[in-house]
Design a protein around this ligand. Structure first.
Ligand code: GLN
Length: 568
């Protein structure tokens, strides 16, 4: 039977529960404990797929195509696991499923209530992930803050689980903020006491309290929290700001949290004195070392909120670390690029990323960014929408197809170079209806894409409705916009790249979701490699040696067949 660690947060939102939960996962994984992880979000949306990034940051896509909370990205990156949609539960899903059951007649004669029907559904979903992942330990993080009305059914379910599974099988971690009051020069424990009181009122006594603060907690303060909140002093963990989020597991380990969990949950002893986190420690030390910094612009419409492009930023950092350099990321609001001469903001960068997005706002600025990158030979990585604007820009400014666009932004465009996927044409419902999740992509030999991956076939995560329009493929290819990655049946262009440019590449998928600090994504790695070489010498690249005739000859000899996995 699996054991469970439940992570809750108190005092304020954004206290860093996601990173703390992911870090606990890393501590267990480093002890060779089979661990999986789940997020329980109290909102009523079925998933965050229909929400604006301004509400909850980026939407993270799992390999099975679930649109999930961005914390799943932290989990995958810290624990180095591929999660499934079952790891992202919302109260919307819980209520939908209970109500659907009621309509089916599952509870005939009964009154449906939060306790026991809703809580039963919650407990089943938690147990399901533990079972599916064959986890020895399942970590579940509850979104929101203790005291929120929406989160109560989750907390009630977690309370019941300790009673049902026994004290040795359930462990509660509460993360709080200990604010610093500048006018008295003190760290204040009262909000933490109140938050723990709230948790205890619900029936949950935390085993560990992780306190986020601007300054380290003194022994005296830890004792005070331990005394009022009824935990051992070594169970009050101080967590101050870190220069890299990947340092958090090291701090928690240092504070003895790993040992405490292993001991309380009876997970067996690990050789004392062994440094379980050697590799992770090296990674953090390399991250923190001062290095050359490569300036990269992310040009998107949600530039005000860094969390909108969380995985993209992390993937850039992983790739930079691989090349032993840093990245200096500037978020450029694409609308800012729409005026004349506004590309000044791009002049000092060594590489441009145009990430994913939806809706017309800011599109023309992204097209300008693509044009700037193409004309000035600046390395460019287009992610999903970033590929689509790269294609539209090429069509408009190289082939002179005035008004070329995606039909998402101009349904009446005379050159719909990006258009709705045939299978998307009749789709009216918005939630979970895009082309989602892992799909195979065959790489065309001799292209930059194939060179970067150095593999014939890759599987990447998708989230989009629109696609390269094959009606325009031949003239675009002849003009130098090459399809370098295709679906197994050759029908969908998954990667495009420019023949006459050092490295301008767009992908219809989201490589950022599979980049890990210890396993950077090959496309991000190649992009950073080129950006690094490109610093200050954009125009000096040799033309890439690639020949369309050569590729066609290869294509005739190797017709692309659907892979065993098939495609959507
Ligand atoms: N809006 C575009 C589409 O639906 C791009 C989506 C994205 O960037 N994830 O195809």
């Amino acid at each position: 039977m699996a054991k469970y660690i439940f992570v809750t947060g108190g005092v304020v939102s954004s206290v860093g529960k996601g990173i703390a939960a992911a870090s606990i996962g890393r501590l267990l994984k480093s002890r060779h404990i089979a661990v999986s992880i789940q997020k329980l979000d109290p909102y009523l949306n079925v998933d965050p797929g229909t929400m604006s990034p301004y509400q909850h940051g980026e939407v993270f896509v799992t390999q099975d195509g679930a649109e999930t909370d961005l914390d799943l990205g932290h989990y995958e990156r810290f624990i180095d696991v591929d999660l499934t949609g079952a790891s992202s539960v919302t109260m919307g899903q819980i209520y939908s499923s209970v109500i659907a059951g009621e309509r089916r007649g599952d509870f005939l004669g009964g009154t449906i209530q939060i306790v026991r029907h809703v809580t039963k559904e919650i407990k089943e979903r938690i147990a399901k992930v533990a079972k599916q992942a064959q986890a020895q330990v399942l970590i579940a993080e509850v979104g929101g803050t203790v005291g929120d009305i929406e989160g109560l059914p989750f907390l009630e379910a977690l309370r019941q689980m300790r009673n049902e599974l026994g004290r040795d099988n359930v462990f509660y971690v509460h993360i709080t903020l200990v604010p610093y009051i500048s006018w008295s020069g003190e760290l204040k424990t009262k909000p933490t006491q109140h938050s723990v009181n709230e948790l205890r009122r619900i029936g949950i006594q935390p085993d560990v309290i992780v306190c986020r603060s601007d300054y380290p907690l003194s022994d005296e303060i830890r004792e005070k929290i331990a005394f009022f909140c009824d935990v051992q002093k070594n169970a009050v963990v101080s967590l101050t700001a870190v220069s890299t989020i990947y340092e958090v597991p090291l701090i928690l380990e240092e504070a003895g949290l790993g040992e405490l969990i292993v001991e309380r949950l009876g997970l067996g002893l690990v050789a004392k004195g062994a440094d379980l986190l050697t590799e992770w420690r090296e990674l953090v030390e390399r991250t923190k070392a001062t290095k050359e910094s490569i300036p990269i612009a992310i040009v998107g419409k949600y530039a005000e909120l860094a969390d909108s492009y969380l995985s993209v930023r992390e993937a850039l950092r992983h790739a930079a670390l691989y090349h032993d350099c840093d990245v200096d990321i500037t978020l450029v609001g694409s609308e800012e690029l729409e005026g004349e001469g506004s590309d000044a903001r791009l002049r000092s960068v060594a590489g441009i990323v145009v990430p994913g997005g939806f809706g017309y706002r800011g599109i023309e600025g992204m097209v300008k960014a693509a044009q700037y990158a193409r004309q000035n030979q600046v390395p460019y990585l287009g992610l999903c929408l970033g590929m689509q604007v790269m294609v539209a820009e090429y069509a408009r400014n190289v082939l002179n197809w005035q008004g070329a666009n995606s039909t998402e932004f101009d349904p009446a465009t005379p050159f719909p170079v990006i258009a709705l996927l045939p299978e998307q044409r009749g789709v009216r419902k918005k939630g979970g209806t895009m082309r989602l999740g892992l799909h195979p992509c065959h790489l065309v030999p001799g292209t930059r894409a194939q060179h970067a991956y150095n593999q014939p076939v890759v599987h990447e995560r998708h989230r989009h409705r629109f696609e390269f329009n094959n009606d325009f493929r031949q003239p675009l290819e002849e003009a130098g916009l090459i399809a370098s990655g295709l679906s197994p049946d050759g029908r969908l262009v998954e990667i495009s790249e420019l023949r006459d440019h050092p490295w301008m590449l767009g992908v219809q998928f989201h490589p950022e979701f599979t980049s890990r600090p210890n396993r950077p994504h090959p496309l991000f790695c190649d992009f950073i490699r080129l950006a690094r070489e490109a610093r200050g010498q954009h125009a000096l690249f040799p033309r890439y040696l690639w020949d369309r005739q050569e590729r066609l000859a290869w294509g005739n000899k190797h017709p692309l067949k659907p892979s065993a996995k098939g495609d959507a």
